[in-house]
Design a protein around this ligand. Sequence first.
Ligand code: UDP
Length: 259
Amino acid sequence: MSRRRKIYEGKAKILYEGPEPGTLIQYFKDDATAFNAEKRAVLDGKGVLNNRISELVMSRLGAIGIPNHFIKRLNMREQLIKQVDIIPLEVVCRNVAAGSISKRLGIEEGTPLPRSIIEFYYKKDELGDPMVSEEHITAFNWANPQEIDDMISMTIRVNDFLCGMFATIGIKLIDFKLEYGRLFEGDMVRTILADEISPDSCRLWDVETNEKMDKDRFRRDLGGVTDAYAEVARRLGIIKESEGGGAEIVSINGDKGDK
Ligand code: UDP
């Protein structure tokens, strides 16, 4: 592998300088962290699965006109993306109570919410990503009112699309987290979807059994984390059952190996 300049290393991904100005390479690691990185593990193959799942989801969102940073997948663990200035917010959308909303408001996990709820969290590890309101966001200039409107309307569209996409494969979309960035095009700045959409950033439950198929398997020590991610990939048609019974990644670009 050629030497490339590392731009940023996060908990589950690394960003390298891209081949052209305005591009980056997003590398998916096998590392898993939870509870603000207090809990850590390496889960064999997670990065490969998340790269493929995020590729599929971002491509489909792009196809329905939701602008995002994905350009193309390069290999098993890397994708070429547009360079953006990340807005320092995590945008969470919830359909069913789980995780922090259940704890904070005392709503039993699995209770459908009266309507989809969007929340903002300030991306700041030292503070444990606190929940913030639009008042905080504009007062501290993390995003302007137009950007907040863009993020809310895109998140609602993403939610509608993903709920339908997962419903057709027997999966309930409980909640998910999105990140957005500013894309500079000449004098123009656009808000586009960035980061990843994968079982690391979504809660996905089997429709029939309510079995968790997402990162909660790691957070709650349920085991079978990558098996669950692989099952999501299998239902999405990314991996097929090989004749030997194991899972095999379906090649999309005729490219199966790491470069
Ligand atoms: N989430 C995420 N990254 C974070 C925090 C949350 O991807 O740093 C996702 C999480 O996987 C879930 C949704 O956002 O799908 C809502 O998470 P919640 O606020 O319930 O927090 P948690 O219970 O994960 O601490």
